[in-house]
Design a protein around this ligand. Structure first.
Ligand code: VGL
Ligand code: ZN
Length: 231
């Protein structure tokens, strides 16, 4: 049987600062950990993204005099929401949440590392100037479909999903494996609508697991990937 990877699981920013007790928590954020851990069992290829900012990152309200979190400014011609300091490189809050299985994660893609620009998507910074390498990594491994879970639904999950679609991946968002920050009420619902409208498929973890397992079984039967014959 060939070993072509066709599907990947992308775990977005499951970091301490994005769960309760952290600097920028998604309500119920810790609940994505058991979902992610279970999902990892059904994927051969699992990658993660990690928000990883320098201490003086310009997305932090603290980097702008007189500004507070939630204020909006313009940064390099783009609207930028100002956040509390979060996911500072090497800090406790930047670590992955306790209990998240790290063994299956083949590679971690760090984002938000440039001081002057934010990076919500796991693929590109917000100006689409610098790639994190995630897209090339997936393509080199023949990935065609990505399943996305993590934090936060209405920020980094959303932009990661939108970029995945733009990059040509068939994109699933495992919605019970995501939690949002809802900076403004309704942001999560709006994000789900936007992702759907762009072509993302919103699924639950059990559907994602079933679909992957069914294909693995079919692959074992005739030694070929089931999608190959449909091309
Ligand atoms: C995120 C706001 C700022 C996220 C990252 O991971 O959703 N949100 N930086
Ligand atoms: Zn950030």
């Amino acid at each position: 049987m060939d070993n072509q990877q066709q599907k990947a699981l992308i775990l977005v920013d499951i970091q301490k600062d994005f769960v309760p007790g952290g600097a920028l928590p998604a309500e119920g954020g810790r609940e994505v950990v058991p979902v992610a851990n279970r999902l990892m069992e059904t994927f051969d290829l699992v990658v993660a993204t990690q928000d990883w900012h320098p201490a003086d990152h310009l997305s932090f309200a603290s980097s702008h005099e007189g500004k507070e979190a939630g204020d909006k400014i313009e940064l390099e011609g783009l609207e930028q929401i100002l956040w509390p300091d979060h996911c500072v490189q090497g800090s406790e809050g930047a670590k992955f949440v306790d209990g998240l299985r790290m063994g299956p994660i083949k590679k971690v893609f760090k984002k938000g590392v440039d001081q002057e620009i934010d990076s919500y998507s796991g693929f590109y910074d917000n100006r689409h100037r610098r790639a994190t390498g995630l897209s090339d990594y997936l393509r080199e491994r023949e990935v065609e479909e990505v399943y996305i879970a993590g934090l936060a639904t209405d920020v980094c999950v959303k932009y990661t999903a939108l970029d995945a679609i733009k990059e040509g991946f068939k994109t699933y968002v495992v919605i019970d494996g995501c939690r949002g920050v809802n900076l403004e009420a309704g942001d999560v619902d709006k994000a789900i609508r936007e992702m759907k409208d762009a072509g993302a498929r919103i699924v639950r973890a059990e559907e994602a697991e079933v679909e992957v397992e069914v294909e693995v079984e079919a692959e074992n039967l005739d030694g070929r990937h089931p999608r190959a014959s449909q091309a």
